[in-house]
Design a protein around this ligand. Structure first.
Ligand code: B4P
Length: 195
């Protein structure tokens, strides 16, 4: 049985940072839709060029684009120990699609870890990253605020979806990277025991 987890939180909550550490410790396969989309953009693929239009404005990319990408990776990695979903699902439609894709293979989500970070801290972190990342969606405060608005309008409800199945655990996402990582590991270990 695979161990699948979702790392959830608003833009800038530390999903990318913590994902790297979690996959190393637990041997999970990292699935970041943001990274996958940026890879498509740097290859200048048709999908990438289409996605860039939305990302540059701080908007979510259409569901069918992201769901298609994830479906391909899941189908090509049936022997993975488990997946860490980072930045996906971001809408109710994506959450439904993920459940269907996992069900087809008799798999499910073990837990959603939701990072809690204040809005002021999110903006501060993303502007700071924008100084060096070269990411066009990080260096403009208006775009950052648009991303946070998309999160409230479309993504926050995804936590309610998993809450109905009692799968959400909130974790404080402010403090040192190491302390937050330890808090996440504690929750993962609890779930792994009963999984
Ligand atoms: P993502 O790449 O997922 O970017 P993000 O949500 O902005 O968060 P990210 O992972 O980059 O930030 P993190 O929290 O790690 O998405 C980018 C865009 O792609 C979206 O806006 C959307 O257009 C599109 N997209 C992606 N997935 C999609 C989907 N499923 N559906 C539709 N569209 C999709 O960290 C941010 C910063 O904080 C880092 O610089 C880090 O150094 C810093 N940081 C981390 N932890 C810290 C700590 N404890 N203290 C201080 N700083 C910290």
């Amino acid at each position: 049985m695979m161990f699948n987890l979702i790392l959830f939180g608003p833009p800038g909550s530390g999903k990318g940072t913590q994902s790297e550490k979690i996959i190393t410790k637990y041997g999970l396969r990292h699935l970041s839709t943001g990274d996958m989309l940026r890879a498509e953009i740097s290859e200048q693929s048709r999908l990438g060029m289409e996605a860039k239009k939305f990302m540059d404005k701080g908007q979510l990319v259409p569901d069918e684009v992201v769901i298609g990408m994830i479906g391909n990776v899941l189908n090509n990695n049936k022997n993975a120990k488990g997946f860490l979903f980072d930045g996906f699902p971001r809408t109710a439609a994506q959450a439904n699609a993920l459940d269907e894709l996992l069900n087809e293979n008799n798999q499910s989500i073990a837990v959603m870890l939701a990072l809690q970070v204040s809005e002021a801290e999110l903006v501060k972190r993303l502007l700071k990253r924008g100084e060096t990342s070269g990411r066009s969606d990080d260096n403009n405060e208006q775009v950052i605020l648009a991303r946070i608005k998309e999160y409230h309008n479309k993504t926050a409800a995804v936590a309610d979806y998993y809450q109905k199945h009692d799968k959400v655990v909130m974790v404080k996402g402010e403090g040192s990277v190491e302390d937050i990582f330890n808090a996440l590991c504690l929750e993962i270990d609890k779930k792994k025991e009963i999984f």
